[in-house]
Design a protein around this ligand. Structure first.
Ligand code: AMP
Length: 118
């Protein structure tokens, strides 16, 4: 069982912010911003590559509710999902990072020459 499925099953503790029958939002254990929340579906989905558009419809509304819950919806925030090796995905259970609470930098995502990239 993956680490996020264990969190869903209460086998690993988490700091929950919001939950419904389909999704869970909890604090990232290693925050990269003043607010750093992970949003996951309760069913196991490996990554964004495999998520059903119907799930995303409900997940989008849930992420919007999370942003309101922690009061970053007006100040602004960032939603990121890492996919696969080049995307930097470390946990193979679909998750959206919700980052905010400060003005976020947007630079230096790779050392590779952008002109050499497709
Ligand atoms: P990613 O690199 O996109 O797969 O992100 C995985 C995220 O999960 C990282 O930001 C980790 O800090 C976070 N993480 C890993 N284990 C836990 C845990 N037990 N509780 C909360 N966050 C976790």
């Amino acid at each position: 069982m993956c680490i996020f499925c264990k969190i869903i099953n209460n086998e690993i503790p988490s700091n929950i912010i919001l939950e419904n029958e389909s999704f869970l939002a909890f604090h990232d254990i290693n925050p990269k911003a003043p607010v750093h929340i992970l949003v996951i579906p309760k069913i196991h989905v490996n990554s964004f590559n495999e998520v059903a558009p119907k799930t995303m419809e409900k997940m989008t509304a849930f992420i919007q509710d999370v942003a309101k819950e922690v009061n970053i919806h007006k100040s602004g925030y960032r939603v990121i999902t890492n996919i696969g090796e080049n995307g930097g995905q470390e946990v193979n259970h679909l998750h959206f990072h919700v980052l905010g609470g400060a003005k976020l930098a947007w630079s230096h995502l790779t050392d590779a020459n952008p002109k050499g990239m497709i």
